[in-house]
Design a protein around this ligand. Structure first.
Ligand code: MF3
Ligand code: CO
Ligand code: CO
Length: 299
């Protein structure tokens, strides 16, 4: 039922509240723009302007659970990566751990041509999207393992490096640099920070370590789909979208010892290698932007 005009103008902010609390109306049931209403406005604006899905508290809870699971599967996968173990054995463990958790490995069957395995294992000069196989890991190798879990329809995406025995100094350098690039760029995240600031930090730190930043692959929105808007480039760029609470995305800098240029395998259409054959390293987290800053979901 609607109020009449007379009733509307009769009640003033300092009158006792209609609910009988004895408080002034303005302190009690006075209508204010609720946090929820302003989040709805923000979500509509981000969807319309940028195609970005701002997540609801319920979605965030789902993405948090999927991310925790992805992180724990990744930890176990990294733990068995030792000299003599094959990347197919790592893949088998990833499959088993998803099954046990009632989850689905997102890479399996993803894209065109469909990715053939449950996880990406990217060795030495492979930048990303390496396909597990039957060659045993050797001392001196290093590799990235990338796990994306789908749990109850929500996605969490993370990756990490493992060194097999003693690795050459150049590999050590790209491995540490990519980790620092990830953590330094995460450290600045809060509402209002522009997406291009992430690339600025990564590009500057990589250059200071005499490394290059891959520009053919990017981080991405994630959560209700594997790859959502926005793209999160790791190289210098001019994407002036401000971060907002409820955004979930990855940062996953791919850092090379030599050229930044990647070449995709013409046969499998997935494996991306450095054009000069020098080493490449990558670490990845899924991150939530909160009201006051950020939360790393894949810990
Ligand atoms: N997990 C990768 C990423 O970080 C994507 C892998 S696509 C796949 O975005 F098909 F290879 F799995
Ligand atoms: Co990713
Ligand atoms: Co990933």
């Amino acid at each position: 039922m609607a109020f009449t005009l007379r009733e509307c103008i009769m009640i003033s902010r300092n009158d006792p509240c209609w609910c009988g609390s004895g408080e002034k109306w303005k302190k009690c049931h006075y209508p204010k723009e609720s946090a929820q209403a302003s989040n709805v406005n923000l979500a509509l604006q981000y969807k319309k302007q940028y195609g970005i899905l701002i997540k609801t508290p319920e979605q965030i809870e789902g993405i948090r659970n999927a991310s925790k699971l992805a992180a724990s599967i990744l930890r176990e996968a990294c733990n068995i990566a030792k000299e003599g173990v094959t990347t197919n054995q790592i893949n088998d463990l990833v499959v088993k751990l998803h099954k046990e958790a009632g989850a689905i490995p997102a890479p399996l069957g993803y894209g065109h041509p469909p990715f053939p395995k449950a996880t990406c294992t990217s060795l030495n000069e492979v930048i990303c999207h390496g396909i597990p196989n039957d060659s045993p890991l050797k001392a001196g190798d290093f590799l990235n393992i990338d796990v994306t879990a789908i749990l109850k329809g929500y996605y969490g995406d993370c990756s990490a490096m493992v060194a097999i025995g003693k690795i050459e100094p150049e590999k050590q350098r790209v491995m540490e640099t990519s980790y620092e690039c990830l953590m330094r760029s995460i450290a600045i995240l809060k509402p209002g920070v522009f997406i291009y600031e992430i690339g600025d930090i990564i590009e500057a730190y990589a250059a200071s370590q005499n490394c290059s930043v891959v520009d053919q692959f990017v981080g991405h929105g994630v959560g209700v789909k594997f790859h959502e808007a926005p793209q999160i480039p790791h190289h210098a760029n001019s994407i002036n979208i401000p971060l907002a609470p409820g955004m979930t995305f990855t940062i996953e800098p791919m850092i090379n010892a030599g050229t930044r240029k990647a070449i995709i395998d013409p046969i499998d259409k997935w494996t991306a290698r450095t054009a000069d054959g020098r080493p490449s390293a990558q670490w990845e987290h899924t991150i939530l932007i909160t009201e006051s800053g950020h939360e790393i979901l894949t810990l």
